[in-house]
Design a protein around this ligand. Sequence first.
Ligand SMILES: Cc1cc2nc3c(=O)[nH]c(=O)nc-3n(C[C@H](O)[C@H](O)[C@H](O)COP(=O)(O)OP(=O)(O)OC[C@H]3O[C@@H](n4cnc5c(N)ncnc54)[C@H](O)[C@@H]3O)c2cc1C
Length: 430
Amino acid sequence: MNTFQSFGWEINPNLNYNKKNFPSLNEDINTDWLIIGGGLTGLSALNQLKKYNITEKVIMVDAGKIGQGSSSRNSGFLVDSTLNNGATTISNIKEYKQKYALNLAGMSELKNMVNENSISCDWSAKGKYHAAANKNEFYKLRKFRDLLMNVGIDCNEYHQKELLNLLGTSFYKYAIKTSGGILLNPQKLLQGLVFKICKNFSVYEDTKIEKFFFDREPVALTSNGFKIKARKIIIAVNAWLPELKIKKNHSMPLMLTSSITRPLTNEECSEIGNPKPWGVLSVKPTGATVRYTNDHRIMIRNTSEPLLKSNINFKKCIEKHKEGLLKRFPAFYNINFENSWCGLISVSRNGKPVFGQLKDKVFYAGVYNGGGLGLSVLFGAAMIDAALKVNNTRLKIVSNFPQANNLPPFPKLAAYLRIKLDQMLGSNET
Ligand SMILES: Cc1cc2nc3c(=O)[nH]c(=O)nc-3n(C[C@H](O)[C@H](O)[C@H](O)COP(=O)(O)OP(=O)(O)OC[C@H]3O[C@@H](n4cnc5c(N)ncnc54)[C@H](O)[C@@H]3O)c2cc1C
C-alpha cells in the first residue's frame, strides 16, 4: 500500500460531508504562486495571500482531495497546553512557556480564520481532560498539574467518582482538566474553509507533485509529467515533506486510525447520565483520544503505527476501537461504528516543527507532531509573511521557535519498537 492509498481510506467517505470537487491539472502552466497541499497549512497560506490583497496568479494543487487529508480527519482538539511533548518536569518550564505561546498563537490564528470566514464548526471553548485509567500513570498527571500551576495555566483535578458524573464512564481514575482548549468538528471546519477560501482561485485535485527543481525560477513536476513554473512555491504537505526531499531526515509519518458511532439515542444518553460533550486525551502518547460529541456520538482514536510497508491492518484497528469503546462503555456492545478512517501525522525526534525556505523562492512548513490544528494555520500564514518579507509578530514567533532535529538511524523501526513497548506497558490507556 502506498501512502496515498492509505491516506484515502475511509469506510464511509460520503457521510455528513458535502465535498467540493476540483479538476486535475492537465497542462503545463506558469504562475506567480504555487501552493502544494490543500490541508489547513495550504488553505491558511491561500487565505493569507487573499488577506494581503495579492492580485498575482495563485494556484493550489493537492495529490488527493482538497481539505480531505488529516486536516479534516483529526480529533478536533485545538490545544493550548500539551502533556506529551516531554515537558512534564518543572525544569523545562521555559521551553514549556515557549510552546504554550506558540499554541496560543495557533489558536488565535485559527479563531480569526473561522470568524472572518463565518465557519460553523461546533466551536466549543469547554477545555479538555488529560486522563489516566492506570494508577502507575498518575504521577505524570500530578507533574503536569504542578507544571500548569507554575506557568499560571488554569486547571482542575478530578477523581473517578467525579469523572463518572462528568464523562459517563468509570474507566478513568484521575484527570487534569485545562479550561483553555477548544473542541471542534474538523470536517465541518474544512468543508467551510474549502468553500470560502478556494473561491476565485485555480485549484487542482488529484495532482501530485513528484519533485521540484530550480531553473532560474522554481519548477514543479506533476506525477503525470506536467510542469508548473512558479515565482514562489509554498510547500504545505506536512507528513509528505520527506517525499519532496524537504528536511528528509527530520520527520517521519505515523498512521492514526479512528472510529465514530452513530448518535446515541435519548435512552442511551441517559444510561450514561446525560453528560455534556467532552474530549479526553490520554496520559500516554499511545493511549486513546476519545470524544463525546455535540450530537451525542462517541469517537475513539487509539492506534498509531509507523508506515512499515503494508503493516496496517484496518480490520484489526476497528476491532481495537471497539475494544476501547467497550472498556469505557460496556453497555454499548451492540453499537457499531458508523464511520472509520485513517490519517497521517508527522513527528520529529524532539517534538519540534519544520519551517524554512530555499533560495528565497520555496517556503516550507510542517511536522506538527500530532498537534497541528492551530499550528498548521499559524505556519501556513507565516510562510506567506516570509515570502513577502513582512516582519510581523507571527513570523517572529514561528521563526524563533526551535526546529526539528535529525532522526536516529532506522527511525521507523525505533518508533515501531517504542510504540509496541508503550502499547504493552500501557494497554490500559487504549
Ligand atoms: C487521526 C488524527 C487525529 C488528529 N488529531 C488532532 C487533534 O485533535 N488536534 C490537533 O491539533 N491535531 C490533530 N491531528 C494532526 C492534524 O490533523 C495535522 O497536524 C494537520 O491537519 C496538518 O495539516 P496540513 O495541512 O499540514 O496537512 P494535511 O491536512 O495532511 O494536508 C497535506 C495535504 O498535502 C497533500 N500532498 C501531500 N503530498 C503532496 C504532493 N506531493 N503533491 C501535492 N499534494 C500533496 C495531501 O494530499 C494533503 O491533502 C490529528 C491527525 C490525525 C491523522
